[in-house]
Structures are given as C-alpha cells and as structure tokens.
Write a protein that binds this ligand. Structure first.
Ligand SMILES: [Zn+2]
Length: 207
C-alpha cells in the first residue's frame, strides 16, 4: 500500500533500527545553526528526521516525500534549523573565500577575459589587481581565467595587458553558494532549499 514517493517503514520509532528503509529518490537535508548560518548537509534523510523527532531541530521546509512508521507519517525535511547553537571550528564564513570552486562557479566556468569554457582542473584563478601589487585575495579581486589569458596578463592589470573583464567580480549568490556545497545538487533539493531561504529572508553565510 505504498504510493509514489512513499515508503513504508517496517518498524516504529526509534528510527535507529530502520536505517535500511529506502525511498525512491535520496534527498539530503540542509541544516542551519540556530543563528541561521549554514551548518551542514545531512546526507541521510533519516538523520535529519531524527534531529527533528528528538526535538533538536525544527523543520523549515519539507519535501513532498512521506515516510511512514506503523502509526505515524512524516514529510521528509528539506531544511531544518537547530534549536541550540552548535559550536563549530569554522573561523571564516564559508564561501567568502575566493577558492577555485567558488570563483569558477560564480563565473560560470568561463574565462572572464576571453569567455572560453574552462574545467575545474584546467582553469586558473587570476588576481585582477596582482597580489604582488597589493591586490587582495578576495572574491572582489579574483576571477576565472584560462591558462593563456592568465599567462598573457602576468603581473599586470587588465588595462595594462589589453584585456577587458567581462563582468565585475563580486560575492556569490545564494544559488551559487548552494552549488558550492555539494559535488552534485539535485534540482529538487536546490529548489526546496532556495525557496526556503528566500521565503524566510535568510542570507546564507553572511559576512
Ligand atoms: Zn581566456
């Protein structure tokens, strides 16, 4: 008696015993700290649901999928917020740093000088104002560049090298931050997460 998108769990709570229960499409859950900052991604829906059922987290957004125990049914949480502040060792807010991944995703994997597509392995980061001349290592000063543009530019500004920036570099949008989070983000997850963040006006990883 299970419809599309539903799974019958064979045991009641506690969920520890039903880790083998499967749903058609695995969905991950975004976990926010009580301060509304991004904390983690729960890879297993059962871990996210357990946080909610244990009273440790409050769901902010659900997926349409339902799981059932013998007596109850639950919508799978898409975003939960912790009810207490979890201490993390993270010093610098995620994604404010101009990592290769963050810069490439923001620039849509295109060289910001010639527009050629680059890959994660072949692309390079270019400091618009060179570091040797006091340029900062920030998202506002780092862009995606192909090897040949980077070589041509060398320790010069774009003007000096006769290159033109296609777009002024800036911070990442929430959508781009979500892309940075995971190797693959499924459309359904991204839709649920972004919807929730927008609805509640949550800016992830605010500086
Ligand atoms: Zn180029």
């Amino acid at each position: 008696m299970s419809g599309a998108g539903e799974t019958w769990l064979r045991l009641p709570i506690p969920f520890a015993a039903i880790g083998y229960a499967r749903i058609g499409d695995p969905v991950r859950c975004m976990v926010l700290n009580s301060s509304f900052e991004f904390l983690a991604i729960e890879e297993r829906w059962i871990d996210a649901l357990s946080l909610v059922l244990a009273g440790k987290a409050t769901p902010l957004e659900h997926y349409p999928e339902v799981v059932r125990s013998q007596h109850c049914q639950f919508n799978l949480p898409a975003v939960v917020i912790m009810r207490y502040q979890v201490k993390t060792l993270r010093r610098r807010p995620l994604f404010n740093a101009p990592t290769r991944k963050a810069v490439f995703i923001r620039d849509n994997f295109e060289c910001q000088y010639c527009g050629v597509r680059i890959s994660m392995s072949a692309g390079t980061r270019d400091h618009v104002m060179p570091r040797s001349r006091g340029g900062a290592d920030t998202l506002a000063n780092v862009v995606t560049a192909c090897r040949s543009c980077n070589f041509r530019k060398d320790n010069r500004t774009p003007e000096e090298a006769g290159l033109t920036l296609r777009r002024k570099p800036g911070p990442l949008s929430d959508e781009e931050k979500v892309q940075c989070l995971l190797k693959t983000v499924r459309t359904k997850e991204r839709a649920a997460w972004i919807t929730c963040l927008r609805r509640l006006g949550i800016a992830l990883w605010a500086a």
